[in-house]
Ligand binder design. Structure first.
Ligand SMILES: Cc1cc2nc3c(=O)[nH]c(=O)nc-3n(C[C@H](O)[C@H](O)[C@H](O)COP(=O)(O)O)c2cc1C
Length: 345
């Protein structure tokens, strides 16, 4: 992610690691501890189920986002354009990966452009909090948004990954610049969301982010792609690889992360990512308190296979989501909330 993206080749190594390496957590999201409560008399037809929601001022056809991954190289652009086209076809939200390289070298901005294939999509720009600690502020945030005609900005919080990747990490001054960015971009009508990348969030972090003025959060938890394992895969020294592997299972599982953030911020727009792997996972994330679920690595794998594979996968996810809604008597996405029972501690 952020610091790595100083060099486009590092970004490509991340892509390759996520396509080929053993980078998934052994630990689970915690969704298996919850079952939906079947409704035998839903008074609904499958075709009447309404999966639409609103995010960052745009209407989505389904509560699903293609999580931020890449951009800034010709190969990344090809993947992003495939993903963004699918987002347009199915009414999903879409995020580009960290734009730091293109902030520092504007010639690379061309490798982030997706708006022409995704004119109606809720598109999120992306910068890292590590850059905020090093002096990025509202100017850079605006440039990232304008660069791709985004509707919103993600600021990713990844201290664990930064430290594993670089052997150093300065997150000593993030809240103040984040507050300034939230404030200034709000005046432009651009919501700023903070996001983890897979290590999860506590309720107190969520409260501090609300204090900073964020318009939403992605609580990205553990149970899917482990960024410690990605860094282990990409490490250039044995010492770094071994350290990253020791932290391979670090993180708050996604189900717990959702509950933490929702408990602390009942009305905050909440995206949930990290190990969402099926339409049932999407539905469970929402039933536990998220507004929208987001998926990264599986979409990358399908996009790499080709457009048809990607579209088939989205259709399957959305079909399963609709079925969960029907069989819980949920005519709308909001009605899914709470329709779970705990089956394990
Ligand atoms: C190849 C790849 C690159 C990523 N790069 C970024 C990034 O630049 N910025 C960011 O906020 N998250 C980034 N992520 C993190 C994802 O958005 C997501 O939070 C994480 O992978 C967990 O979701 P998953 O289990 O569905 O993969 C990246 C993920 C992947 C797979």
């Amino acid at each position: 992610m952020d610091d790595v993206t100083r060099d486009p080749r590092s970004k490509l190594r991340h892509l390759e690691a996520c396509l080929t390496g053993p980078v998934e957590y052994r630990k689970s999201t915690g969704f298996e501890n919850w079952d939906f409560v079947n409704e035998a008399l839903p008074e609904l037809s499958l075709s009447a189920v309404d999966t639409s929601v609103t995010l960052a001022g745009r209407r989505l056809g389904a509560p699903l986002m293609i999580a931020p991954m890449t951009g800034g190289t010709p190969r990344s652009l090809e993947i992003n354009r495939r993903l963004a086209s699918a987002a347009q076809a199915f009414g999903l939200a879409f995020g580009v990966g960290s734009q730091r390289i293109a902030i520092e070298d504007p010639a690379l901005a061309q490798w982030f452009q997706v708006r022409d294939v995704a004119p109606e999509v809720a598109v999120f720009a992306n910068l890292g909090a590590a850059q905020l600690a090093r002096g990025y502020g509202p100017d850079e945030a605006r440039r990232a948004v304008q660069m791709i005609g985004a509707d919103a900005l993600f600021v990713h919080l990844n201290p664990m990954q930064e430290a594993l990747q670089r052997g150093a990490c300065d997150f000593g001054q993030v809240e103040r610049p984040l507050g300034r960015i939230c404030n200034e971009l709000a005046r432009d009508g651009i919501p700023v969301f903070a996001r983890e990348v897979c290590f999860g969030m506590t309720g107190s972090t969520a409260r501090r982010l609300v204090q900073c003025g964020v318009a939403g959060v992605d609580c990205a938890g553990a149970g899917g792609t482990s960024w410690a394992k990605v860094e282990a895969h990409c490490a250039t020294t044995t010492e770094r690889r071994e350290r990253a592997l020791r932290f391979g299972e670090w993180g708050i599982p996604t189900a717990e992360s959702i509950a933490n953030v929702r408990g602390a911020a009942p009305d905050l727009p909440l995206v949930a990512s990290g190990g969402i792997r099926s339409g049932t996972d999407v539905a469970k994330a929402i039933a536990l308190g998220a507004d929208v679920a987001a998926i990264a690595r599986p979409f990358l794998v399908k996009a790499d296979e080709g457009e048809e594979a990607l579209h088939r996968h989205v259709e399957e996810l959305l079909g399963d989501l609709r079925l969960c809604m029907l069989a819980t008597g949920s005519g709308t996405v909001g009605a899914l909330r709470g329709k779970l029972r705990r089956v394990a501690s």
